[in-house]
Design a protein around this ligand. Structure first.
Ligand code: HEM
Length: 400
């Protein structure tokens, strides 16, 4: 006699996952038993790689919606258009503005950052070595993406501190329309409006990001200051917090898995595989939200127009229909980039190469300086796999 499967209770927004780790066993059950899963709040959750990928690509049927995560449950429909983040703008306007992002984060522009990132990683490690160790999250992983973004935008070091602060205190998850935010917008908007005014006052913008954005003409007119502040805010929102999480996962695993450290130390060419397997196995963006623009059927389940559909990126990346032994962390996957960590389709992450460069540099510089990474006795470490939070990663560094 077989017993009835118990009802599955999974809330993709559960804040506990951030500190306690993602319940991947439960997601495996959902993929097997209810791959198009109805969450307790009534949203749909796509759990299989193939469904997530197809829905991400089908932007006409599934429109991106970040309203709820910025404290606006009624979503884009209730938010003034000049506050729509790049990913929320419908085609064809999305594609036109997206080209500006592509120009800013093109590989030939990003790759020249390598020695600058290397110097910054070394500077941060000097501070850690001076005291024999420290926190690889707060004193390393957190700063590198903020530094990279501030540098790309040609901003003073003060911006690094601000980006770190806004990524940690929730500022980046708001916009002027968020209830409780002052009319002039969150601190990031006030800050970016001042930088826009400075650059406008010059005969020509001195920084490439501002030059591309200020000189653009989209559908016959330049972007307004409100649109520019929105997109600059979004660059930090999309590029700093995510990459911080990625670097934290890389550091956490290196500290907790001495064999892995030894393998990478013995063969630095494995770093690229390490980055991809971390992105797949411990995806920094576990899900992203869409609204169905029409009735649509997936796997025999009817999703109605207007319903919320969560794209289970982290779950799709653990789908055994796509990856063999998906729960294992392996450096020898045949197609290490066949994951959805950066999304898919026309909204695929434009910062992926920058994120990879930051990850590779942070790992390589650390390996080059530390012969061993030792756990601190009695310290509590973020869970492996898949912690997304801000927990410290204490370490004792043994120099070469
Ligand atoms: C490991 C780090 C990162 C991860 C895991 C990541 C992940 C993602 C994902 C999953 C999407 C698609 C979202 C969706 O379709 O709803 C996305 C989009 C985006 N990402 Fe990243 N990202 C990372 C780093 C960056 C960086 C460094 C930047 C630099 C600015 C960036 C900027 C963006 C932007 C602007 C979009 C929206 C693109 C569009 O809608 O056309 N990301 N990212």
């Amino acid at each position: 006699m077989t017993s009835e499967p118990s009802a599955i209770a999974f809330d993709p927004h559960d804040r506990r996952f951030v500190d306690e780790g993602v319940p991947f066993d439960l997601l495996a059950r959902i993929r097997a038993e209810q791959p198009v899963y109805r969450t307790p709040s009534g949203a749909w959750y796509l759990s299989r790689h193939a469904d997530v990928e197809a829905a991400l690509v089908d932007v006409d049927t599934f429109r991106a919606e970040l309203g709820p995560i910025t404290g606006i449950p009624a979503g884009c429909a209730s938010i003034p258009a000049d506050q729509h983040f790049l990913s929320e703008i419908p085609e064809p306007r999305h594609g036109r503005i997206r080209r500006l992002f592509n120009a800013i984060f093109a590989w030939h522009r990003v790759r020249v950052l390598e020695p600058i990132l290397e110097a910054e990683c070394n500077r941060l490690l000097d501070g850690l070595f001076a005291k024999g160790g420290g926190d690889l999250h707060g004193e390393y992983a957190l700063s590198i993406p903020a530094f990279a973004m501030a540098h790309i935008m040609g901003l003073e070091r003060e911006a690094v501190e601000l980006f770190m602060q806004w990524s940690s205190d929730g500022t980046m998850m708001t916009r002027p329309a968020t209830p409780g935010v002052p009319a002039e917008g969150p601190a990031s908007h006030v800050y970016f409006r001042a930088r826009i005014a400075e650059q406008r006052a010059l005969p020509e913008p001195t920084n490439h990001v501002f030059k591309v954005l200020l000189e653009a003409e989209i559908e016959g007119r330049p972007l307004s200051d409100a649109e520019l502040a929105t997109q600059l805010h979004f660059m930090v929102q999309a590029g700093v917090h995510t990459t911080r999480s990625f670097l934290a996962h890389l550091m956490n695993r290196l500290v907790q898995d001495p064999d892995l450290h030894a393998r990478l130390d013995g063969d630095r060419s494995l770093i690229a595989a390490y980055l991809e397997e971390s992105l797949r196995h411990d995806s920094p963006v576990q899900r992203t939200t869409r609204i169905a623009t029409r009735d649509v059927e997936i796997g025999g389940v009817l999703i109605r127009k207007g319903e919320t559909v969560e794209m289970g990126i982290g779950s799709g990346n653990r789908d055994d229909a796509q990856h063999s032994a998906p729960a294992e962390f392996r450096l020898d996957r045949e197609d290490p980039r066949a994951h959805l960590a950066f999304g898919a389709g026309s909204h695929v992450c434009p910062g992926a190469m920058l994120a990879r460069l930051e990850g590779a540099t942070a790992v390589r510089v650390l390996l080059g300086r530390a012969r061993r990474l030792e756990r601190v006795a009695g310290a509590i470490y973020p869970p492996l796999p898949g912690s997304l939070g801000h927990q410290p990663i204490p370490v004792r560094l043994v120099p070469r």
